[in-house]
Write a protein that binds this ligand. Sequence first.
Ligand SMILES: C[S@@+](CC[C@H](N)C(=O)[O-])C[C@H]1O[C@@H](n2cnc3c(N)ncnc32)[C@H](O)[C@@H]1O
Length: 244
Amino acid sequence: MTPEEFASALEKQGLPISEQKIGLFREYLTFMLAYNEKVNLTAITEPGDIWLKHFYDSLTPLIFLPVPNPTIKFSLIDVGSGAGFPGIPLKIADPNLQLTLLDSLQKRIVFLDKLVRKLSLDDVETVHGRAEDFGQNPNFREKYDFAIARAVSGTNTLLELLLPFVKVGGKAILMKTVHDENEIFHASKALEELGGRASQSFSFELPNGDPRVLIVVDKIEPTKNKYPRKAGTPKRSPIGGKNG
Ligand SMILES: C[S@@+](CC[C@H](N)C(=O)[O-])C[C@H]1O[C@@H](n2cnc3c(N)ncnc32)[C@H](O)[C@@H]1O
């Protein structure tokens, strides 16, 4: 996908993007690829693939999910953000977002700090640590309108990593590749323990035909104090068992 195809695919989906924002995506791509030479950030290094599989893919929640009133600032934590996906593309598209990027790898957080300065993005906080620890931290716990993650872990594990961050009334968004789109409706044990309710599941294809699923979970009750459990436990022993 070229930058022009990126802009026109978004426009077709009702998400027009300005030249100035395309310029920020160009800077992001150049900076990430240069940095990737010394620090492992992404296995996707072909520019056309970056426009499609990182940038366009990261924006799909804005295309497929009902967007809250754009004049209201909302807070979002991107858990396991890696090289900034999906958080940074979402912030470029919606500068009103109050964004937190969390990752357990220090070298990725150092990259994200530099990137945020390079792109002059406001209201972006980067946090080095494990979701399991920060989910128990009162400054982060139940403080966000949205918690999102792409390519971090299986659904039951991810629910335990995401839902503790979400305010009652907010949403967790799970970005998945191929999987059973009804899986979330069978994650009842994890949802019940964590105060979530499966709300929507969207299956769609990227412009090249690659399948994607977005799962939305409403936070309907506070998460029980014992969750998230200590670092590593949600992955080793997911509530309700391992799933996709
Ligand atoms: C496969 S990468 C995906 C990165 C990015 N979300 C993307 O879609 O390109 C997974 C990232 O999650 C981070 N991660 C995994 N488990 C985590 C945890 N428990 N807490 C915080 N970060 C975690 C890893 O350090 C890694 O950067």
